[in-house]
Design a protein around this ligand. Structure first.
Ligand code: FAD
Length: 544
C-alpha cells in the first residue's frame, strides 16, 4: 500500500529506477562526486504522509457532495489530499521530499458524469469554494496546487471514455480524464486503425484534458501540430454556464471561441469533452533517419531548409546541441570507441558535433519522398548519416528517460527542464545567452535540444543538471530558475512553448503579454468565473 511522500512524488513506473553506469560516470566526471557521495541518499521522502492542516470543508456541504457522487467518490484523508496538492515541478518534488504541504485541498472529488460536475461547480460557486481540475498530475508549472484549499476535482477515475470516433470526418470525441495510453490504444484498434498524434514525454501519465488545458506539444508535433492545432471543438462546464462549441473544419463567425480554453489551465471551467482530429495509424510505413552534423549551425540550417522548402515535414524532428550530443555519446559509452575516433578524424569533433533524429509517418509514398528529401538536405549541410537505428533507439526510451529525475535528486542533483519558442533568426543568440547563464552556475551541465519545429521558428528545450546546495535546496533553485526565465525573456523567447504557465511563470505574464492583453484575459475570466473559484491563486497571472 502507498503511504509515503516518496510514493507520491515518484514519476512514472512506481518501481525504483536504477541510474545507468554511463550517467553515473558523467555525474562523477562533471560534479567530482566520489563513490561514497553516490552511496549517500538525500531527502528521499520516505517518511509516512501526515498532514497538520485539517480539512476545512463545511459538514453540510460535504453531505451535499456525497449525495451527488456517493461516499466512494469523495476523499478527505491525508494521503489523498497530499496526492492532489502538487504536480511534478522540481520545487514540488523538493517540498514533498521535505514533507512540506501547507495548502492541501479540503477534499478530493471524483465525479462520475457531466451532470455531477455541473452540480459540484454550482455548489462551489454558491459557497465560494475553490475548484482545481485535476488530470494526470504531470503539471510542471504548479498548475494543480490548491493555495485556497477547496476541491480537487479528479477526472481520471470516471470521466475517461471515448464517446465517438467519426471515420468519415476523421475525428474523435473523448472525455477529458482519459490517459494517453488508453486513448491511443483505443484509436489504434478502432476500425482501420487511427492515432491521436499527440505524444508528450509525459504521455503515459497525462490526460487529454490536461493536454488541452496546458496547451501542450507532443514529440511528433512537427508533423501533427501542437494540441491547439488538433482540437476542433470542446465542452466546458464554467461557473457561468456550459460552453459547447460546434465542430467545423474551420469557421469565420468571430474568433474561435474554443481556442479560449486551450491553455486556460483550469481557470475558466472544467473541460469535460474534446473533439479532435485523428490520423491513419500506419506504423509499418514510418521511416527513420539519424545524422551527425559538424556543428549546431549546420544542423539548424538543414532543419530550417526542410521546414521552408516545401518537401513535406517529418513528424519527429530533433537536434541535440553539442553538449547534449556529447552527454548522449558519453552515457552510451561511445566515446573512445573506434567509431568515435573515426568521426573525430573526419571532422565530426566532440564538443562541436550535433545529433539529429528524424521520423516520418504517413503513407509509404509520403514517407519515402520526405525522408529522401531530408537526406539530400542533410548531405548538402555536410551531415554524416547514422542510419535508422539511433532514432529507433531514442524512440524506445522516449518516455522512460524522465524516470531518471527522481534517482538523480536522491544523489543531490538539481535537475529541471525549461522551454521556449523562438523565431529562426533569434535561435542562436537566445541559445547562447541562456547557456551562458546556465553555465554561470559552477559545474552545471546544460543540455539543449530543438524538438518542435515550424516554418518560422522552433522550440528550444533546456535540461540542466547541477549539484544541490544541501540545506538550501529550495531557495537556491528558485533564484537560479528565476534567472533562467529572465534571460529567456530578455532575449525574446516566449515564456513557454508547451509546459504552460501555471503559478510558476505567472509573475512574468504581464511582461510577456502587456497589461492590456492580460486585462483582456482577466475580463474573460471574470465573465465565466465571477466569484473566482476556478483554479484560483495566481494561475496564469489572473486574479484573485
Ligand atoms: C516528465 C514530464 C515530461 C513532460 N513532457 C511534456 C511534453 O513533452 N509536452 C508537454 O506538452 N508537456 C509535457 N509535460 C508537462 C505536462 O505533462 C503537460 O502539461 C500535460 O499536458 C498535463 O496533463 P495532465 O493530465 O497531467 O494535467 P494536470 O497536471 O493534472 O493539470 C494541468 C493543468 O490543467 C488543468 N486541467 C487538467 N484537466 C483539466 C480539465 N479537464 N479541465 C480544465 N482544466 C484541466 C489543471 O487544473 C492544471 O492547471 C511533462 C511533464 C513531465 C512531468
Amino acid at each position: 500500500m502507498n503511504t509515503t511522500y516518496r510514493d507520491i512524488l515518484k514519476w512514472g513506473d512506481k518501481r525504483e529506477t536504477q541510474i545507468d553506469q554511463g550517467t553515473i560516470n558523467v555525474i562523477k566526471e562533471k560534479f567530482g562526486y566520489s563513490e561514497s557521495d553516490l552511496k549517500q541518499k538525500h531527502l528521499e521522502g520516505n517518511q509516512e504522509v501526515k498532514l497538520d492542516v485539517k480539512s476545512d470543508l463545511d459538514q453540510e456541504i460535504l453531505k451535499q457532495f456525497i449525495e451527488i457522487v456517493g461516499s466512494d467518490n469523495i476523499q478527505t484523508d491525508d494521503y489523498s489530499r497530499v496526492v492532489h496538492s502538487y504536480g511534478k515541478y522540481y520545487a514540488d518534488l523538493l517540498k514533498l521530499r521535505m514533507g512540506v504541504v501547507p495548502t492541501p485541498p479540503d477534499a478530493v472529488i471524483y465525479p462520475r458524469s457531466e451532470d455531477e460536475i455541473i452540480n459540484i461547480v454550482d455548489i462551489c460557486n454558491k459557497n465560494n469554494i475553490a475548484i482545481t481540475p485535476f488530470g494526470g498530475q504531470s503539471s510542471v508549472t504548479r498548475g494543480v496546487e490548491t493555495p485556497k484549499g477547496g476541491i480537487s476535482l479528479d477526472l481520471t477515475k470516471h470521466i475517461n471514455k471515448v464517446i465517438e470516433v467519426n471515420e468519415i470526418n476523421s475525428t474523435v470525441t473523448v472525455q477529458s480524464g482519459m490517459f494517453g495510453p488508453a486513448f491511443e490504444d483505443y484509436l489504434n484498434n478502432f476500425g482501420t486503425g487511427y492515432s491521436c498524434g499527440h505524444f508528450p514525454q509525459s504521455f503515459e501519465y497525462s490526460t487529454v484534458g490536461g493536454w488541452v488545458a496546458a496547451k501542450g506539444a507532443g514529440q511528433a508535433s512537427t508533423g501533427y501540430g501542437k494540441i491547439e492545432h488538433m482540437v476542433l471543438s470542446l465542452k466546458v462546464v464554467t461557473p457561468n454556464g456550459i460552453i459547447n462549441t460546434k465542430t467545423y473544419p474551420a469557421s469565420a463567425q468571430g474568433w474561435d471561441l474554443h481556442q479560449t480554453f486551450l491553455g486556460s489551465e483550469g481557470t475558466l471551467g472544467v473541460i469535460t469533452e474534446v473533439t479532435m482530429k485523428i490520423h491513419k495509424y500506419q506504423p509499418n510505413n514510418t521511416q527513420h533517419a539519424s545524422f551527425i552534423f559538424k556543428n549546431f549551425e549546420s544542423a539548424i540550417e538543414a532543419m530550417r531548409t526542410v521546414m521552408q522548402s516545401g518537401v513535406g515535414v517529418p513528424h519527429l524532428f530533433r537536434i541535440s546541441d553539442p553538449e547534449e550530443s556529447e552527454i548522449a555519446f558519453k552515457t552510451k559509452n561511445f566515446n573512445g570507441t573506434l567509431a568515435d575516433k573515426f568521426l573525430n578524424t573526419i571532422g565530426y569533433k566532440s564538443g562541436d558535433r550535433c545529433l539529429m533524429f528524424v521520423a516520418v509517418e504517413g503513407s509509404r509514398s509520403y514517407t519515402n519522398q520526405v525522408i529522401s528529401s531530408i537526406k539530400k538536405i542533410a548531405k548538402k549541410n555536410k551531415a554524416f548519416s547514422l542510419g535508422a537505428k539511433p532514432t529507433k533507439k531514442w524512440l524506445k526510451q522516449r518516455y522512460s528517460s524522465a524516470y531518471l529525475r527522481d534517482p538523480l535528486m536522491d544523489l543531490a542533483v538539481m535537475t529541471d527542464t525549461l522551454e521556449t519558442a523562438v523565431m529562426w533568426d533569434n535561435l542562436i543568440p537566445l541559445w547562447t545567452e541562456v547557456r551562458k547563464y546556465l553555465k554561470s552556475r559552477e559545474k552545471t551541465v546544460a543540455m539543449v535540444h530543438i524538438s518542435h519545429v515550424y516554418e518560422n521558428g522552433a522550440n528550444l528545450y533546456f535540461t540542466f543538471l547541477s549539484p544541490m546546495k544541501k540545506g538550501d535546496e529550495l531557495n537556491e533553485y528558485t533564484e537560479f530558475h528565476k534567472g533562467i526565465i529572465e534571460t529567456i525573456q530578455a532575449n525574446n523567447g516566449s515564456l513557454s512553448h508547451h509546459h504552460g504557465v501555471g503559478r510558476t511563470l505567472a509573475p512574468w505574464m504581464e511582461n510577456e503579454l502587456g497589461k492590456e492583453s492580460l486585462n483582456l484575459m482577466q475580463a474573460v475570466k471574470d465573465h465565466l468565473d465571477p466569484n473566482g473559484i476556478m483554479n484560483p491563486g495566481n494561475t496564469l497571472g489572473l486574479k484573485p
